[in-house]
Unconditional design. Structure first.
Length: 114
């Protein structure tokens, strides 16, 4: 079985920062891409950022310059540093891992509000 454990969500004021973590464990092999998606109420799930095995990254235009994705391949862990958070960043954030199969985390709530 494969398990993705997410942590780091919460409530933060506009302009604040949060760091999300997602650790993959279990029978997971040949991890290629790790990433984060988010889904706000009434909206479709969208890509936030992803990082490939060798370190190349992609970001949604809305988070470029504010969010940074990174990974620790030895620990099968991906991180999302979120700075200068805005109310429109409020959503459930999901970890996504693409290996021989694709896996999703359970989601962690991020709320940006004063």
């Amino acid at each position: 079985q494969v398990q993705l454990v997410e942590s780091g969500g919460g409530l933060v004021q506009p302009g604040g920062s949060l760091r999300l973590s997602c650790a993959a464990s279990g029978s997971i092999f040949s991890i290629n891409v790790m990433g984060w998606y988010r889904q706000a109420p009434g909206k479709e799930r969208e890509l936030v950022a992803r990082i490939a095995w060798e370190g190349s990254t992609n970001y949604a235009d809305s988070v470029k310059g504010r969010f940074t994705i990174s990974r620790d391949n030895a620990k099968n862990t991906v991180y999302l540093q979120m700075n200068s958070l805005k109310p429109e960043d409020t959503a459930v954030y999901y970890c996504n891992v693409r290996a021989l199969s694709t896996y999703w985390g359970q989601g962690t709530q991020v709320t940006v509000s004063s």
